[in-house]
Design a protein around this ligand. Structure first.
Ligand SMILES: Nc1nc2c(ncn2[C@@H]2O[C@H](COP(=O)(O)OP(=O)(O)OP(=O)(O)O)[C@@H](O)[C@H]2O)c(=O)[nH]1
Ligand SMILES: C=C(OP(=O)(O)O)C(=O)O
Length: 214
């Protein structure tokens, strides 16, 4: 099994996951935004195929809560603009490429139901391609972009089509927990049904399923 290095970009919690604001009464928004990222990182870090996880973030509280062994770098100055996500991924790639030439992956940080088995299976499938991506459950966005060379990230609205147009093969496996990015309250309801990670589960509280309003 060839090892992968993962880039996980996370917007500052005070700004990020704005479509989820107010999704759960009582759940503090910033705590929930960080919890989504912490569950994504924990599941990714638990994959045997993952050698290194690099989080790109300006969120100091998140940085302090990350498990030991996870690498962190700040957003580049260019991430302040409209294309912050892709700038953050390109920056993460440059940081990794200063030390290694192996396969790299960019993974969105909003996958709170992610199971290591789904990510492991997707990474095994990705080994057959120079560059590939995993569309989200809706088929329009992207949750994972992998490359043996330059990632050339094109995240943003319609990114699945943009990645396909740029030559990144769309991987076809089911991997429900990898495709379920949580953008809206309805996505959070779906993630509850699939099984949330510990951080998000704690953040929304024990009576979570009934309390999330789609
Ligand atoms: N480091 C970094 N990560 C980003 C940036 N913009 C988005 N992300 C991350 O990219 C992933 C996917 O982005 P979105 O789903 O659009 O997340 P978002 O911008 O926090 O959510 P909304 O405010 O609801 O649009 C999430 O994990 C975000 O935290 C950025 O400028 N810098
Ligand atoms: C940034 C993206 O995410 P979302 O559609 O989840 O905002 C994307 O899918 O490229």
């Amino acid at each position: 099994m060839s090892p992968w290095s993962l880039i996980i970009p996370v917007k500052r919690a005070v700004l990020g996951k704005s479509r989820l604001r107010g999704a759960t009464p009582g759940a503090q928004h910033e705590r929930l935004a960080r919890a989504l990222a912490l569950d994504t990182v924990a599941a990714a870090f638990a994959c045997p195929a993952v050698r290194r996880v690099l989080v790109v973030t300006d969120d100091e509280e998140l940085r302090a809560a990350l498990p030991a062994g996870v690498l962190v770098t700040a957003d580049p100055a260019t991430a302040a603009g409209r294309d912050g996500l892709n700038a953050a991924i390109r920056h993460g790639q440059a940081v990794l490429r200063a030390h290694e030439t192996g396969r790299i992956v960019a993974l969105t940080a909003d996958l709170p139901a992610l199971r290591p088995a789904d990510l492991t299976a997707a990474l095994a499938a990705a080994r057959w391609h120079h560059r590939c991506h995993v569309p989200d459950a809706a088929g329009t966005g992207t949750t994972l972009l992998a490359s043996a060379g330059d990632l050339r990230p094109a995240f943003g609205p319609g990114s699945a089509a943009a990645h396909a147009r740029s030559g990144a093969v769309a991987l076809a496996g089911e991997w429900p927990s990898l495709r379920l990015d949580v953008d809206t309250p309805a996505d959070l309801v779906a993630a509850v049904a699939l099984g949330l990670g510990r951080h998000t589960s704690d953040a929304i509280g024990r009576r979570r399923a009934e309390q999330v309003s789609p």
